[in-house]
Write a protein that binds this ligand. Structure first.
Ligand SMILES: C[S@@+](CC[C@H](N)C(=O)[O-])C[C@H]1O[C@@H](n2cnc3c(N)ncnc32)[C@H](O)[C@@H]1O
Length: 206
């Protein structure tokens, strides 16, 4: 596994109050590096520093990037300029202000379980609700319809989230999931999973 943005040809500056690219970012970049992205409409939800969407843009994708955190929006704008790409950058709570269908939607979202609401940007980057996957449940309801049957929705999750509840939620909503890539970091397994209506869940997340 490659452990830096530079390894993917990116020049990403970290910003205060914005999630810094980490193992989950790099795992998603490894998956994106195997895709044919030229001409694809890609949404990078929860863009943070912008690394994922900027990578897709450098491969020729038409990219929209969204984040709820205004510092992440400023950071993504600065990093897009730094890397010489133009992406559409929108401050939004999930799809609230994001128009359009996409071929690929990515969300390295907050997936850790914790009680209580917080407006702190670093908590918002990490905590996905009491189960850890509540934000993904809200996201997936819209994301799968925005990509249609031929598109891809990819998310990052972890063995630290309550995946038994998440697997059941997906099943109850007619969604299947497939683990595209996984990586062990100390006490945690990280997964990139693809979720969709036509995916058969033969390897549920644990
Ligand atoms: C784990 S960070 C990932 C950042 C970046 N994509 C990366 O891979 O390095 C999660 C991001 O999701 C954003 N986020 C959290 N809740 C959100 C929401 N409701 N709508 C949009 N973005 C959200 C956070 O602000 C944060 O930037």
């Amino acid at each position: 596994m490659r452990h830096s943005c530079e390894a993917f040809g990116l020049d990403i500056q970290e910003c205060e109050w914005v999630y810094k690219p980490a193992e989950d970012t790099f795992l998603m970049l490894e998956v994106l590096d195997t895709f044919e992205l030229e001409g694809k409409r890609v949404l990078d939800m929860g863009c943070g520093t912008g690394a994922l969407g900027i990578f897709c843009s450098l491969q020729g994708a038409k990219v929209t990037q969204a984040d709820i955190n205004e510092q992440a929006i400023a950071c993504t704008q600065a990093n897009a300029a730094r890397n010489g790409v133009v992406t559409k950058i929108i401050q939004s709570d999930l799809f609230e202000n994001v128009p359009g269908p996409f071929n690929i939607i990515l969300f390295n979202g907050p997936y850790l379980p914790a009680d209580g609401d917080s407006s702190d940007p670093m908590d918002q980057a990490l905590v996905g609700g009491v189960s850890g996957t509540e934000i993904y449940e809200r996201f997936l309801e819209e994301a799968v319809s925005r990509v249609g049957m031929k598109g891809k929705v990819l998310i990052v999750t972890s063995s630290l989230a309550r995946n038994d509840e998440f697997n059941k939620w997906m099943f109850d909503h007619g969604l299947g999931s497939s683990i595209v890539k996984s990586h062990r970091v100390f006490f945690e397994d990280m997964f990139i999973i693809e979720v969709g209506k036509s995916i058969h869940s033969d390897n549920p997340i644990e």
